[in-house]
Design a protein around this ligand. Structure first.
Ligand code: DGY
Length: 354
């Protein structure tokens, strides 16, 4: 049991079971009403004097926040695999433990990626509008039509994250299975070509291990390792699934990147909006430099309702639903509470940040 006097601030929803488990051991302080994203001044006000902190992106945990919390803070648990909102170096300097939830949402995000890809390629959101307004299929047929993925033998280029690079099932593997389920069995030439760029993978911690895993991850799904240049210029569909690596991947997709892509390319982003220079994306989409985009993540989230990206007919925007399955969110809550309880007891975290 954690010290009964420990106070934990929770800024985001936990499952009721995990909230109860936390409450059995600590004094739990919930941010009132918890509107998301949390206003900074509310966060700074409620963090004072806590021993543990449970957050999720984009709640920024930096020196200012840690100062506001005070020196008794022992542990921060984020309900996410992304860590870009936490100043890990500053936490380390202050001996504050940080836990996160790697691996447990990979499947949910892979499924969302396939769904978003299909929505984007087939204009499904338009179909929903047309159906709801009883306009009939002719309206859709007279508007935009896209290629079948089934026939187009498209090349899928994915920038895999550290976590999901070598874990099954990946987006590429799911897409392959999907084709096999649709009757595309056997003949090697029917399989989409999967390209996998090493450029976005970690070059810092655990470098050798990840390099081995990169190759293993590519082999696992029948992907070829190619350069960044090749990935952009040869892919019909480019999927950003890499992490921000702190701020290193900020605007990784920019005007120069989109210029290298094909005019028929579809761009999908399921990890972080800040990977993309949104002005450059907007101009690539309006000028026809690329064909369409499907975004589960934007910068900021949510986008203002009058944001020009939301007005474009060739863009599908979802509200960061990648991990929104019962299994993923339940496991994420569970892992986070385990991390925080361990940290409060001065133990090693079961799932420490790298
Ligand atoms: C993550 O875990 O980082 C997902 O993007 C949900 O925030």
């Amino acid at each position: 049991m954690a010290d009964i006097m420990s106070t934990v601030l929770v800024t985001c929803p936990l499952t009721p079971e995990e909230q109860q488990r936390l409450q059995a051991s600590c004094d739990v302080r919930l941010v009132p009403g918890s509107p998301r994203p949390l206003a900074r001044e509310v966060f700074l006000k409620h963090v004072r004097g806590v021993h543990g902190l449970i957050v999720m992106p984009p709640d920024r945990v930096d020196a200012e926040l840690l100062d506001a919390a005070g020196p008794q803070l022992k542990v921060v648990g984020t309900i996410s695999v992304g860590l870009e909102h936490i100043d890990l170096e500053e936490c380390r300097r202050r001996s504050i433990l940080v836990g996160y939830t790697p691996g447990v949402l990979t499947t949910a995000v892979a499924e969302l990626t396939v769904a978003l890809l299909l929505m984007t390629i087939r204009h499904l959101q338009d179909g929903q509008f047309i159906g709801a307004n009883r306009l009939g299929i002719g309206t859709l047929l007279s508007q935009r039509m896209r290629e079948d993925i089934y026939d187009c033998r498209s090349t899928l280029g994915a920038l895999w994250s550290l976590g999901s690079a070598w874990k099954r099932p990946t987006v590429a593997e799911r897409r392959r299975n999907q084709r096999q389920c649709s009757g595309h069995r056997g003949a090697g030439q029917d399989r989409p070509r999967c390209r996998h760029s090493p450029e976005s993978l970690s070059t810092c911690a655990h470098r050798l291990l990840q390099q081995q895993h990169r190759k293993a991850g590519a082999d696992l799904v029948g992907a070829e390792l190619v350069s960044w240049e090749e990935l952009l210029s040869q892919s019909d569909i480019v999927i950003a699934t890499c992490s921000m690596k702190g701020t290193q991947n900020y605007n990784l997709f920019n005007a120069a990147t989109f210029a290298r892509m094909r005019s028929s390319s579809i761009f999908i982003n399921v990890t972080r909006g800040a990977l993309v220079d949104q002005e450059a994306l907007l101009s690539a989409l309006t000028s026809g430099q690329i064909a369409a985009a499907g975004l589960d993540v934007t910068n900021p989230e949510p986008l203002p309702t009058d944001h020009p990206l939301l007005q474009l007919p060739n863009v599908t925007v979802l509200p960061h639903l990648g991990s929104a399955t019962r299994r993923a969110r339940t496991t994420m809550s569970h892992v986070t509470v385990n991390n925080v309880l361990a940290g409060l007891q001065g133990q090693m975290l079961p799932s420490p940040a790298p």
